[in-house]
Write a protein that binds this ligand. Structure first.
Ligand code: ATP
Ligand code: LTN
Length: 329
């Protein structure tokens, strides 16, 4: 069975963007692949996190994973920081990564302008991400569009490592959803919908109640055309709402345009809000059932036990290939 790996940072509550771009894919893919889904808490601390809040957010992400439909019987779910081998491998890979490669990462370039106190961890985090992937021999990595460049970097590292040390690492490939790889902010529809960016007025959070969802959707920025037509360049706001509706209803963009051909923006926005509420309601019900249950610890205990064994084996193989440690006959 082919393997896949993906993770989400516990930097805030999950947004509809992470759901459509990542989690929705996880649910489908777990049926076909040997799947590893983790909470990327080591990635979260690349920017300061309040320790108490970080622990709460981490737990929330696990509860949301389960509530969205990740099934511990099909997939392995764990916390990144509980497996020390990710960081161990990250060091070895960082010694096979060039500064120039990290300098070219778009996320780093964007943040460098905004934040004059970026951590070294933020700079090198794409290497840790490569380690997260190759440590389980994953062939596939389901992610949103913003993470594709990091998976490409992982591919470059794998190629270099394999050339230097013999074919020890599996080449990963990203899986990006055809519709919804970059859901935009409802207030600034040229920007990615984000969970850790400001007040979240333009982000739908998976735990937003119905009233808030409706308010956010109805006040989404559009244009004055009143024509439900997909045109990202000229109509980014309405195109974003079409993408959201399309993904959540499993309809093509064309089918959505046809469905709303003679409807105005008010009617369309109401339908988008209805659809979001319909999708979020069962997720929220399950979330409140799981968040204070023993299930979260049980799932994580079971997950970490499994992945530590796999990761240790892989790290030993890699350390040996690199020439680390003592020679054993
Ligand atoms: P933040 O929202 O705090 O900036 P992030 O998106 O950088 O966080 P995660 O929440 O860890 O990081 O992302 C989880 C997954 O969801 C990644 O695969 C990412 O590409 C995807 N994702 C996040 N936001 C969106 C979005 N707006 N549209 C599509 N996919 C997204
Ligand atoms: N870097 C990603 C989260 C992440 C990830 C991974 C995704 C960390 N390690 C491995 C896929 C595979 C982010 O910032 N969203």
């Amino acid at each position: 069975m082919k393997k896949l790996v993906s993770g989400i940072k516990p930097t805030g509550e999950l947004t509809l963007g992470s759901y459509i771009g990542a989690v929705k894919q996880y649910i489908e893919l777990q049926k076909e692949y040997d799947s590893y889904f983790f909470v990327a808490d080591l990635h979260a601390i690349t920017k300061y996190q309040d320790p108490k809040e970080l622990r709460e957010k981490t737990k929330k992400i696990v509860a949301l994973y389960l509530a969205c439909g990740l099934d511990p019987k099909q997939a392995t779910i764990y916390l990144q920081s509980e497996n020390p081998y990710h960081s161990h491998l990250s060091w070895i890979l960082s010694c096979n990564t060039y500064l120039g490669e990290l300098n070219r990462m778009t996320q780093y370039k964007d943040q460098k302008i905004k934040d004059s106190n970026l951590s070294v961890g933020f700079y090198t985090y794409p290497v840790l991400m490569a380690a997260d992937i190759v440590i389980y021999d994953a062939e596939y990595v389901p992610v949103g569009e913003d993470q594709v460049q990091h998976v490409e970097l992982a591919r470059d590292i794998v190629q270099r490592f394999n050339k230097r040390y013999g074919n020890k690492l599996i080449m990963p490939e990203s899986i990006v959803p055809k519709i919804g790889a970059r859901i935009k902010d409802l207030q600034e529809p040229t920007k990615k919908m984000s969970k850790s960016d400001g007040e979240c007025k333009g982000s739908i959070l998976l735990l937003d109640d119905e009233k808030i969802v409706r308010k956010k959707v109805m006040s989404a920025i559009t244009d004055s055309d009143n024509l439900v037509k997909y045109d990202v360049k000229n109509k980014p706001g309405i195109s974003n709402l079409i993408t959201i509706y399309s993904s959540l209803s499993n309809l093509s963009i064309k089918e959505v345009e046809t469905e709303f051909i003679d409807k105005n923006y008010g009617e369309f926005k109401t339908a988008v809000a209805d659809k979001i509420v319909e999708v979020l309601k069962p997720i929220q019900d399950k979330y409140y059932e799981y968040i204070n249950s023993d299930m979260i610890d049980e799932v994580l205990d079971q997950g970490i036990k499994k992945v530590t064994v796999i990761a240790q084996k892989k790290c030993e193989l890699i350390a040996k290939a690199v020439g680390l440690g003592r020679q054993k006959c």
